[in-house]
Ligand binder design. Structure first.
Ligand code: SF4
Length: 342
């Protein structure tokens, strides 16, 4: 590991100024991703600027009915927060489907948004990787690409985005709040992560020295947990399919939020994980769902639409069918909770 220095930022301005002065410096919060990458030689920062103690560790209700989640709040604190569990149960489910209890107790919301791909070639500096070293090539294209993406890929990178939390945030229309050298920004989550295109080393729109301060969720009553009866989940659901029961990244996952009025779907938010190079919002599936009846035929058509543009590689053809079945199953679960037919 390369030598580096460590400082703890006193506040956001201090953190931003420190990083702006030092081009090779990086932020650290929970450290669950960056420390692994440093041990592997993927990240070689000259300085770590610790932002863990910055005062952004609350969940507050906003006047517009939404909530603001502080960026340095621990993943487990978000998942078990009573407001999140009541109003945005799909977010709680997604976080609890990810990593392990120990990691969720360390990882922060901002860190989860910034976590890097688990492509094994990215983590092994012996292999070619355009994301780690631009222009060097992509070992996964001709390598073992079972875990890789089938949506949003390019000839330069096919790495899947690893986050569960971000898939739920995409379905919930989250907005990422940032502060940087050029002031504050509000960035819709669907614009926050970048497709690889010709520059897979650029994964988000954040500039050097820009810090995530919070994540806003809009009011979305149809995502709330059902308050009547003994319904175990809300009218939203996160379904994750993986190789083993816990502590594994998604082969595919689906975050579903539906508003069903009688026998008609009035609103739909669909996001997929494990299949895209970024957390994948499926407007195609939503267009099929809105206005239709919550039937098996509708759900099958929505799943087909979601994966219509998918492009498989040598070892991950199975993901396309698996993603369709996963989305259908999640839709049926939410429809059953909502009293729809399916
Ligand atoms: Fe690197 Fe992306 Fe290719 Fe993996 S898929 S080796 S991250 S360029």
């Amino acid at each position: 590991m390369n030598p580096f220095t460590y400082v703890r930022a006193a506040n956001s301005d201090d953190a931003i100024a420190t990083l702006t002065r030092e081009p090779q410096a990086m932020f650290i919060a929970g450290g669950t991703n960056i420390l692994d990458l440093m041990k592997e030689g993927v990240h070689t920062p000259s300085q770590l600027v610790d932002i863990r103690k910055l005062p952004s560790t609350e969940i507050v209700t906003k006047d517009n009915g939404g909530i603001r989640i502080g960026a340095t709040l621990r993943n487990s604190d978000v998942a078990y927060n009573s407001i999140v569990q009541e109003r945005y149960p799909v977010l709680s489910e997604a976080i609890l489907a990810g990593a392990s209890a120990q990691l969720r107790n360390m990882a922060t919301v901002g860190g989860n948004l910034m976590q890097r791909t688990r492509c094994s070639y990215f983590h092994d500096t012996a292999f070619r990787c355009n994301k780690r070293q631009p222009g060097s090539g992509c070992a996964a294209l001709e390598g073992f690409n079972r875990m890789h993406a089938v949506l949003g890929t390019s000839e330069h990178c096919i790495a899947a985005h690893p986050s569960d939390m971000c898939v739920a945030l995409v379905a919930l229309d989250a907005v990422v709040q940032t502060q940087g050298p050029r002031g504050e920004r509000s960035i819709p989550i669907t614009d926050f992560h970048l497709l690889p295109d010709e520059t897979p080393h650029l994964e988000t729109v954040l500039e050097h020295g820009e810090i995530i301060t919070a994540v806003d969720l809009p009011e979305m009553p149809f995502a709330w947990r059902c308050s009547e009866g003994a319904a175990p989940r809300g009218r939203s659901h996160y379904l994750k399919i993986r190789d083993r029961a816990s502590y594994a990244f998604a082969l595919v996952s689906a975050a579903v939020v539906l508003e069903i009025d009688g026998q008609q779907i009035r609103n739909a938010r669909i996001a997929l994980g494990g299949v895209g190079t970024k957390p994948w919002r499926s407007l195609e599936a939503e267009q099929v769902l809105v206005g239709a009846s919550p039937t098996q035929e509708t759900f099958t058509a929505a799943a087909d639409a979601a994966m219509r543009e998918a492009r498989p590689y040598q070892h991950n053809q199975f993901k396309i069918e698996l993603a369709k079945r996963t989305l259908e199953e999640a839709l049926k679960t939410v429809a059953a909770i909502s009293g729809g037919q399916a």
